[in-house]
Design a protein around this ligand. Structure first.
Ligand SMILES: Nc1nc2c(ncn2[C@@H]2O[C@H](COP(=O)(O)OP(=O)(O)OP(=O)(O)O)[C@@H](O)[C@H]2O)c(=O)[nH]1
Ligand SMILES: [Mg+2]
Length: 302
């Protein structure tokens, strides 16, 4: 098992263990109403949300196959829209990274820059989080480690101006990938959301088809609030894809199903730790294997 997969499994321990108590072995008799209800409750507690939990259980009740298998199928169906994003091909590729405070934007940009560099690409990162000097310093450490280049201005500079300069320079100097880091902002802060809309607009002035991708970073441990965050950021900044981080921590995992079901945006990557290797393309099958109890655990049941 890869280290990545084991960190994901470890992160989702709690959800998986509570399901392991409730999912019957494949030779079990028909489940009672209460037993189905308990499974549904466990799915809700795993952050799936009431509607998704209900729909998963409905599917399992109708399918004439063992419960674990039915849930696995139903979950993969829910995740299908999240796996359908085409790999972006623009050259240069302009990526705008957005999200609420502390979700993992800057760390994820460091990981992405490293990944693109390892594919031999020239990467330019724009420090459009100009709120705090420390934010620029943090980004600069990641960028240096990745062997990428960075555009920065003084603390308090207009983030849209930094984004504009980054995109202009990226095109002029033939970079392959241009990534813009932005300050964290809460989705109901109108002033900061307007500022984000401006960053996006001004990127389009530097290059009319940019940004090609707008990736929203979500903390996998925030639970239901992630839903509201996506709603609002999508409206303001035209989110095209999601990255869910911290699935190694206290996250319960089900939010990923709910996001896929509701917004049908591609989930581009997931993060399971703080180091460079801890970002992986989203793999629906591996994800469901981590959320559900292992097949042999269920089969050993009487
Ligand atoms: N465990 C874990 N921690 C993570 C992951 N991704 C990011 N972090 C940590 O989360 C914290 C915040 O990360 P940042 O990258 O600074 O988040 P940010 O969104 O840029 O924050 P702001 O710019 O302040 O909005 C840091 O301590 C990161 O190391 C992850 O996948 N797993
Ligand atoms: Mg940051």
């Amino acid at each position: 098992m890869s280290g990545f997969f084991s960190r994901l499994k470890k992160g989702l321990n709690r959800s998986r263990e509570s399901l392991a108590q409730l999912i019957p072995g494949s030779k079990a008799e028909k489940l009672t109403e209460t037993e189905w209800q308990n499974i549904e409750d466990a799915l809700i507690m795993a952050d799936c949300g009431a509607a998704v939990a209900d729909s998963l259980v409905q599917y399992a009740r109708k399918a004439r196959i063992p419960v674990r298998e039915a849930l696995q199928k139903a979950m993969l169906k829910k995740l299908a829209p999240a796996t359908q994003g085409k790999t972006p091909t623009a050259q240069p590729l302009v990526l705008l990274v957005i999200g609420v405070n502390g979700t993992g934007k800057t760390t994820t940009i460091g990981k992405l820059a490293t990944m693109f560099r390892s594919e031999g690409k020239k990467v330019l990162v724009g420090a459009a989080d100009t709120f705090r000097a420390a934010a620029v310093e943090q980004l600069s450490v990641w960028v240096q480690r990745a062997g990428a280049d960075m555009v920065r201005q003084h603390e308090g500079a207009d983030p849209a101006a930094v984004a504009f300069d980054t995109v202009k320079r990226g095109y002029a100097r033939a970079y392959d990938v241009i990534i813009i880091d932005t300050a964290g902002r809460v989705q109901n802060d109108q002033g900061l959301m307007n500022e984000l809309a401006k960053v996006r607009r001004v990127i389009g002035k530097a290059q009319s088809d940019a940004p090609h991708e707008v990736w929203q970073v979500l903390d996998g441990g925030t639970g239901q609030n992630a839903m509201v965050q996506v709603e609002r950021f999508r409206e303001i900044a035209g989110t095209t894809g999601l990255i869910v981080t911290k699935l190694d921590g206290t996250a319960k995992g089900g939010i990923v199903l709910q996001l896929a079901d509701t917004y049908r945006l591609p989930i581009r990557y997931i993060g399971v730790g703080e180091t460079l290797e801890d970002l992986m393309p989203f793999d629906a099958e591996a994800f469901v294997e981590s959320l559900l109890p292992a097949r042999d655990v269920i089969e050993q049941k009487p």
